[in-house]
Ligand binder design. Structure first.
Ligand code: 13P
Length: 248
């Protein structure tokens, strides 16, 4: 599998001029790289960035709403598709912390799949859940509910990616060690196999996110068997993000 390296810019940068600079620098730096690079900027920058004729990177969104109509402030998967988005991050822990439930995550995944975008479903345990030994239970629950009533065929066609993002590792500089990431990877693959069968489960990409940087990037793929990374802070620095891409 070609590694998938996703940049989640979160609520950054504050100006479109800076977004443009970062986007074009990454596009230039991604030339000839083996990994697929996906940039997920804030919604408002998507139309402008998609007009820039990128050559070496793909566009994604940080969320997508499941319905159109009287839903103030929301942006639908279909709208994103029109502006060249190919991926959508769904269920990020920073959104779950604002009240997004597994049921909403499930509706969003379904909407993203039917709009023809590739969903990146984020799952991961909190520090407390980890200490209480509940990692497996949390991952199984988030997968089961997040993907509820989505058929094996849809999963196969959607190019689903699961992002394992332990909450305690996000933005802390304290990345998960590769042994633990490997354990989570195995739990996720086994759970997907149980739900969808081996052939569909093996097509799903499993990536890691949480304090990734150019020094630890390769370990998550080589040692933990991940199929790529979801990078936050490091993706806001073109040099660092290109250095991560260059590892593969
Ligand atoms: P950091 O790389 O800043 O820890 O963020 C990870 C993340 O939340 C990506 O979605």
């Amino acid at each position: 599998m070609r590694p998938l390296i996703v940049a989640n810019w979160k609520c950054n940068p504050s100006t479109f001029a800076d977004a443009k600079k970062l986007f074009t620098a990454v596009d230039r730096g991604a030339k000839g790289k083996r990994a697929t690079a996906v940039i997920c900027p804030p919604f408002v920058f998507i139309p402008g960035l998609s007009a820039l004729k990128k050559k070496n990177i793909k566009l994604g969104a940080q969320d997508a709403f499941f319905q159109e109509g009287p839903f103030t402030s929301q942006i639908s998967a279909k709208m994103l598709k029109q502006f060249g988005c190919e991926y959508a991050i769904i269920g990020h822990s920073e959104r779950r912390a604002l009240g997004e439930s597994d049921e909403i995550v499930n509706k969003k995944i379904k909407a993203v799949v039917s709009a023809g975008l590739c969903p990146i479903l984020c799952i991961g345990e909190s520090g407390q859940e980890r200490e209480e030994g509940k990692t497996k239970e949390v991952l199984e629950r988030q997968l089961g509910l997040g993907l509820k009533d989505i058929s094996r065929f849809k999963i196969q066609d959607s190019k689903l990616t699961i992002a394992y993002e332990p909450i305690w590792a996000i933005g802390t500089g304290n990345a998960c060690d590769t042994d633990r990431a490997k354990e989570a990877n195995i739990i996720i693959r086994k759970t997907m196999t149980r739900i969808y069968g081996k052939s569909a489960a093996n097509k799903v990409k499993i990536i890691y996110g949480g304090s990734t940087n150019p020094d630890n990037a390769l370990g998550f793929v080589k040692e933990a068997g991940m199929n790529g990374l979801l990078s936050g802070g490091a993706s806001l620095d073109a040099k660092k993000f290109i250095a991560i891409l260059s590892k593969f």
